[in-house]
Design a protein around this ligand. Structure first.
Ligand code: S6P
Ligand code: ZN
Length: 193
């Protein structure tokens, strides 16, 4: 492997800022409206505008074995019906690709599951580090009234696999909804085991 030059990343979380970055992944409601259990409610919102749900800032690191990708993810506050804004959710296409999330600001839940349908919900807030072992699909959910911002790292060569997300697919077995003003983790009525 070519020797790579060390570098520092500067960031703030109030406001969210991260440099240097080589890639910004932006997920708007129009792109991911169908991950919510009530996509018709998302369509109503989309008639008035197209809110940004998630931004991800990736540091300029080669997506190759031997490197660790480093990123900042911002999930904006909001809901589609009773379901909080969240990432699309994915699993890494390698059984040697764990991931770490470190929350800087806000609060949320980290839904995780295996192919055997084991489920685990991590708590995301300042003071928490979430460890996502290889083989666990993961989706972060912003359950707060402000932005949820976290840093993370994972083996740079591993690709994100979204093939289980979508209509008629397994999806995440749990969802997070607001009930009586509080987040509640419940079974996903549209998941297909
Ligand atoms: C990468 C890591 C995050 C997510 C980001 C958005 O492995 O888990 O950078 O990409 O949180 O998630 P998603 O599922 O919408 O791509
Ligand atoms: Zn990931």
């Amino acid at each position: 492997m070519e020797i790579f030059k060390p570098f520092d990343i500067d960031y703030t979380y109030d406001p969210a800022w991260f440099e240097p970055k080589s890639l910004v992944i932006r997920r708007t409601l129009e792109q991911i409206y169908d991950i919510f259990i009530e996509p018709d409610k998302a369509m109503t919102v989309l008639k008035k505008g197209n809110p940004v749900i998630v931004d991800v800032y990736m540091a300029p690191i080669p997506e190759e074995a031997g490197h660790l990708m480093v990123f900042m993810t911002i999930i904006y506050p909001g809901k589609v019906g009773d379901e909080y804004y969240m990432t699309k959710g994915h699993i890494h296409d390698s059984d040697t690709a764990p991931e770490v999330y470190i929350t800087l600001k806000g609060e949320g839940k980290l839904l995780m599951q295996t192919s055997n349908n084991d489920c685990f919900t991590g708590e995301m807030k300042k003071g928490k580090i979430n460890y996502i072992p290889s083989g666990w699909a993961h989706r972060a959910v912003n359950t707060g009234k402000e932005v949820l911002i976290f840093l993370g790292t994972y083996p740079a060569e591993s690709k994100r696999d979204y093939s289980f997300i979508g209509k008629g697919k397994k999806n995440f077995l749990k969802i997070v909804v607001e009930k009586d003003g509080l987040p509640e983790v419940i079974d996903n009525p549209v998941s297909v085991r």
